[in-house]
Design a protein around this ligand. Structure first.
Ligand code: CDP
Ligand code: MG
Length: 136
């Protein structure tokens, strides 16, 4: 079965400051996910509130906010067969301690908050999140 999808990926500030954008992108490309658009930017507090709105009342939101505005991020649209699910597999569990060996979060994540990467979790979130950052 082939189901070509697009998903949104964000390389978070911890990974950008460690200089591992290239290492992460290599994993996407070697897993059959193509980068079809990309840009670097720094989020404002308003943008974090909007983008992570579902989490605004969670206990970790303050840490998440502080982290996400702390430096530049690298945002990409990834495309490939079942890209949404495939990307989540490559990323690994939210908590790097629970992530499978060989996943990005297992290899590079420091904590539940500083976990290197974001990926859309459903078709509807992919659509919303791509439109949030890109005009395509
Ligand atoms: O990113 P993912 O979809 O795997 O996890 P989420 O549950 O949607 O949480 C969004 C982000 O909030 C995570 O990627 C973490 O950066 C942060 N978070 C946190 O700081 N502490 C937690 N206990 C859970 C999430
Ligand atoms: Mg999520």
């Amino acid at each position: 079965m082939i189901q070509k999808e697009r998903t949104l990926s964000i390389i978070k500030p911890d990974a950008v400051s460690k200089g591992i954008i290239g290492a992460i992108i290599s994993r996407f490309e070697s897993s059959g996910l193509l980068i079809v658009s990309a840009k670097m930017l720094q989020l404002t507090t308003d943008q974090v509130l909007e983008f992570y709105n579902e989490h605004k009342n969670k206990f970790f939101f303050k840490d998440l906010m502080e982290f996400m505005i702390s430096g530049p991020i690298f945002v990409q649209i990834l495309e490939g067969n079942y890209a949404i699910r495939r990307n989540r597999e490559i990323m690994g569990n939210t908590d790097p301690m629970k992530a499978l060996a060989g996943t990005i979060r297992f290899d590079y994540g420091e904590s539940c908050t500083k976990n290197v990467i974001h990926g859309s979790d459903s078709e509807s979130s992919a659509k919303y999140e791509i439109a949030y950052f890109f005009d395509i």
